[in-house]
Design a protein. Structure first.
Length: 68
């Protein structure tokens, strides 16, 4: 399980990027959110996620808000 922060949200297209704790940016799509809605996310929020490799590169799946 990875942790990171929401870096960028593209609301009109339903995707964004998370900066992983190691500093790399990972793509995510709103269909890969768990227990949260895309519209409720804001930049800088801490999230947990898994990484899946696909033909276009890495993407975050099972994205949820990190416990505080």
């Amino acid at each position: 399980m990875h942790t990171g922060k929401i870096k960028k949200l593209v609301l009109e297209k339903g995707f964004g990027f998370i900066t992983d704790s190691d500093g790399t940016d990972v793509f995510f799509h709103k269909n890969n959110l768990v227990g949260i809605t895309f519209e409720s996310l804001t930049g800088g929020e801490e999230v947990t996620f898994e990484i899946e490799q696909n033909p276009k590169g890495k993407r975050a799946i099972n994205v949820s808000l990190a416990s505080k």
